[in-house]
Design a protein around this ligand. Structure first.
Ligand SMILES: [Zn+2]
Length: 151
């Protein structure tokens, strides 16, 4: 069930794909090889040793970026839930299994239902998409001003 998420804010957001939450059945973590120096307890000889290590993946959502084709498991992530509840992230569409739906980008009736299901505490947030960006804006605007103007 692919999900399309859209950033509602002008800052970059990174969501970590927690193994416990995201990898149900199949692991989506990437495997990295770490080289450590291990000492042989008997000979005292030091030699590099390779270890396989699993590292959870992450999704980077750039400012105002739209991310199509995400697995529905992303909606289970606490970081994603929080971002949706705060209005930083929006569920654009959630395609049912197997159905090749036409790309209807403006489907207002579906959005509040999806948003409400994910964030029951803030049903109004879905209707006021400006809440997130405008709330985040003053800080960055102030930063820009203070950086530009010398006292
Ligand atoms: Zn995993």
């Amino acid at each position: 069930m692919p999900v399309t998420l859209e950033s509602r804010t002008r800052r970059m957001q990174v969501f970590h794909l927690s193994h416990e939450v995201f990898c149900r059945g199949r692991c989506a973590c990437s495997e990295v090889t770490v080289v450590v120096t291990a000492e042989n307890p008997r000979t005292g000889e030091r030699a590099p040793r390779r270890l396989q290590k699993k590292v959870p993946g992450s999704i980077t959502v750039l400012a105002r970026e739209r991310k199509p084709g995400l697995p529905s498991a992303v909606l289970e992530l606490a970081e994603v839930k929080a971002a949706i509840a705060r209005g930083y992230l929006r569920i654009v569409e959630q395609t049912p299994d197997g159905a090749a739906q036409p790309r209807t980008e403006s489907t207002p009736p579906a959005l509040p239902a999806n948003a409400a299901a994910s964030a029951p505490n803030t049903p109004a947030a879905a209707g006021t998409p400006t809440a997130g960006p405008s709330a985040a804006a003053p800080a960055s605007a102030a930063d820009a001003k203070s950086a530009g103007k010398e006292p």
